[in-house]
Design a protein around this ligand. Structure first.
Ligand SMILES: *[C@@H]1O[C@H](CO)[C@@H](O)[C@H](O)[C@H]1NC(C)=O
Ligand SMILES: *[C@@H]1O[C@H](CO)[C@@H](O)[C@H](O)[C@H]1NC(C)=O
Ligand SMILES: *[C@@H]1O[C@H](CO)[C@@H](O)[C@H](O)[C@H]1NC(C)=O
Ligand SMILES: *[C@@H]1O[C@H](CO)[C@@H](O)[C@H](O)[C@H]1NC(C)=O
Ligand SMILES: *[C@@H]1O[C@H](CO)[C@@H](O)[C@H](O)[C@H]1NC(C)=O
Ligand SMILES: *[C@@H]1O[C@H](CO)[C@@H](O)[C@H](O)[C@H]1NC(C)=O
Ligand SMILES: *[C@@H]1O[C@H](CO)[C@@H](O)[C@H](O)[C@H]1NC(C)=O
Ligand SMILES: *[C@@H]1O[C@H](CO)[C@@H](O)[C@H](O)[C@H]1NC(C)=O
Length: 577
């Protein structure tokens, strides 16, 4: 009796949790012969009260929301019908800082009767290569600057900024490429800065992603049409099946709503309640579709003429780069305005950072991954990595979980070489074919369930499914993932955490307004801000798609994936060769 009681008291809360509150229904073996009836009742009462208290504490402990703490949250008036994950006071300050640091310049208003004539015209706009500061010929290590003047269809210079422009240098014969950095002077002129990293010719490429007026529209859509991408859930109980609409940003309604806000992360999610079934009967999530969101004429701002089109040079568009000469300013100088994460040379991605990128063939991939568990989390753009490795390793076999194609989860095992790979989707709001609710897990929660260690590699990406939501939705998702990464690195500091950034993609008007490059660019900047200074490694998919000769694609082509995998493996096996 005493033993039982003692063991009940000394149960750590952790154990209690693991053992399913075994105190709740104590199975006592008591020698009733020596105890009076009252004594027995007293003991039984005491035990059950004690156990109830312990159970209650256990429950409380179990349901405790991990860092960051919940605080009451007043929804911002900026996005009147979206729910946001509550933030701790520190996170709220950081969110403000991030939103401020990535703020896009003011862009011209777009009224119902706006005149296309007055909007950015890439064919009238031109760039000019600026002469080298101090004169002389270009050589490796120099910085090239290019001035871009944006004009409208009347060929009048624009007087405000905010055009979405990208630039890179390339040399087709050498299969070389490097990203440039764009500086907006807010007066219709822009400067692109490039490092010169290979010898020979370098051709300047400037691309108008969107006219500034299109950015005005993209911004409006993310205030007014937050539910233009919609989702569905299937509810089922017995033979009754119903389907209803779901979203993070669910419009106010008089109908009853089911609240699926995640208890651990605080990530919000709502569905209209089915008529005849309970909220608990939700079994399947899927992409619903897209609602029309553009006003008349606005589609003219997203056409073949002014979306993702090159801007040409007035004068020469190329330079010749000479070998590095001793004593000149180099990439290592503090005068360097922009240092990309890497560049292509002969089709191979070279790092400009601290980690060298090695080339891995089948044998060296096996050697590198032997004994490792690699967990991939995110959208289909990281599923590509999982698929690439599955093809590359002959002994890696996918375990049949009966998961349909282009879905999740997937698991592959190379029993011979002791390699385990898994792929899980990131949680809601994922645009996906019908998937069981049980497979929708937030990355932060997944990371909390991982032991970690030197044999564990975590690689995740979160970007492609967030474009149509307010920046806060994305920033808060990242902050919650970062908290989980910090907890993971605190308990297992030698876990390798790799983040794949977003990338450029090809699109038409619908692709642009639902998840175009401008949305991705803004989120990419937020991602870098959130994970700055952390012991995590980036695979810079943004630059790797910008600098590559192949066309932009949501799912980058195999030569790009191969380079990404080499970067990933170089992080995992930095001492390779
Ligand atoms: C466009 O419409 C606004 C009202 O919405 C009006 O004030 C303005 O004069 C119109 N502009 C043109 C060029 O028609
Ligand atoms: C458009 O440009 C023309 C000529 O540059 C100008 O006269 C007109 O006022 C502009 N319209 C708007 C709405 O800015
Ligand atoms: C725009 O601003 C830049 C930087 O301040 C300046 O160098 C340039 O002369 C300005 N261009 C025009 C057309 O005002
Ligand atoms: C949904 O549930 C969460 C947590 O249970 C709660 O904080 C939030 O206020 C609820 N939202 C709505 C709109 O009821
Ligand atoms: C709910 O149940 C009623 C009565 O069985 C039926 O008439 C109705 O069609 C059901 N509604 C839905 C949405 O399934
Ligand atoms: C390089 O620039 C020169 C003018 O400086 C031009 O004649 C030549 O066609 C350019 N080459 C390419 C491939 O654009
Ligand atoms: C830049 O610095 C790295 C080491 O920090 C060195 O290996 C490299 O040679 C330097 N490059 C130049 C061009 O000075
Ligand atoms: C950073 O992470 C690596 C594993 O990726 C680990 O080996 C290293 O000790 C960590 N460094 C610090 C300062 O925690």
């Amino acid at each position: 009796m005493e033993d039982q009681n003692l063991s009940c008291q000394t149960f750590s809360k952790e154990k209690e949790r693991l053992m399913g509150y075994s105190c709740r229904q104590p199975s006592l073996t008591i020698n009733t012969g020596r105890l009076s009836k009252y004594m027995l009742i007293f003991v039984a009462l005491t035990t059950s009260v004690l156990c109830f208290v312990l159970w209650w504490m256990g429950t409380f402990e179990f349901q405790r929301i991990p860092d960051p703490a919940f605080v009451p949250q007043v929804l911002t008036s900026r996005h009147n019908f979206c729910a946001f994950r509550p933030l701790s006071p520190e996170e709220a300050v950081e969110e403000e800082f991030i939103l401020h640091s990535i703020a896009w310049p003011e862009t011209p208003p777009v009224t119902l009767n706006f005149s296309l004539q007055n909007t950015t015209d890439p064919s009238c706009s031109k760039f000019t290569i600026l002469p080298k500061v101090g004169g002389g010929q270009w050589s490796i290590g120099d910085q090239l600057e290019v001035s871009i003047i944006i004009k409208d269809y009347n060929c009048h210079p624009k007087t405000s900024g905010g055009d979405a422009l990208l630039a890179h240098l390339r040399n087709e014969a050498l299969d070389a490429g490097v990203s440039g950095q764009m500086v907006d002077h807010l007066n219709g002129s822009y400067t692109a800065v490039f490092p010169l990293v290979w010898e020979g010719r370098a051709d300047v490429q400037v691309t108008l992603i969107h006219p500034s007026e299109a950015i005005t529209v993209l911004r409006r859509l993310n205030k007014e049409s937050l539910d233009r991408v919609f989702f569905r859930s299937v509810f089922r109980s017995g033979s009754v099946t119903e389907t209803s609409m779901c979203n993070v940003c669910l419009r106010p309604t008089n109908m009853p709503v089911c609240n699926y806000t995640d208890i651990r992360t605080g990530e919000p999610w709502f569905c209209l309640k089915p008529k005849n079934l309970s909220c608990n009967a939700r079994i399947i999530h899927s992409m619903g579709g897209y609602l029309p969101a553009l006003k008349p004429l606005e589609d003219k701002l997203f056409s073949k003429v002014n979306m993702k089109v090159p801007i040409l040079a007035s004068g020469s568009s190329n330079i010749t780069v000479l070998p590095y000469t001793k004593g000149q300013v180099t990439m290592n100088s503090t005068k360097v305005k922009f240092r990309p994460s890497g560049f292509y040379y002969k089709g191979v991605w070279k790092s400009l950072g601290v980690t060298q990128v090695y080339q891995f063939d089948t044998q060296s991939i096996i050697q590198c991954l032997s004994g490792k568990v690699v967990h991939f989390y995110g959208d289909s753009t990281i599923r590509q990595w999982f698929e690439y490795l599955n093809k590359a390793l002959p002994d890696l076999k996918e375990f049949n979980l009966h998961t349909p194609e282009k879905s999740c989860p997937y698991v592959s095992l190379d029993y011979k070489n002791n390699i385990l790979l898994t792929y899980h989707c990131h949680g809601l709001p994922i645009r996906i074919r019908p998937i069981p609710i049980s497979q929708l897990r937030y990355i932060a929660n997944e990371l909390d369930n991982i032991q970690g260690g030197s044999n564990t590699v975590i690689a995740f990406t979160v970007w492609a499914h967030f474009g149509n939501f307010p920046m806060e939705t994305y920033v808060r998702r990242l902050l919650s993932i970062r908290s989980a990464v910090l907890r993971l690195l605190a308990r297992a500091p030698d876990t390798l955490v790799v983040i794949r950034t977003g990338n450029l993609k090809s699109y038409d008007v619908n692709g642009a307004i639902n998840n175009g490059d401008w949305y991705a660019l803004q989120r990419d900047r937020a991602l870098r801000e959130v994970f700055k200074g952390m012991n995590v490694s980036l695979v810079d998919a943004w630059e790797m798609t910008l600098a590559h000769r192949l066309q932009h694609n949501l799912h980058p082509a195999p030569p790009i994936i191969k380079n990404m995998i080499n970067v990933l493996l170089s992080y995992i096996c930095p001492k390779h060769r």
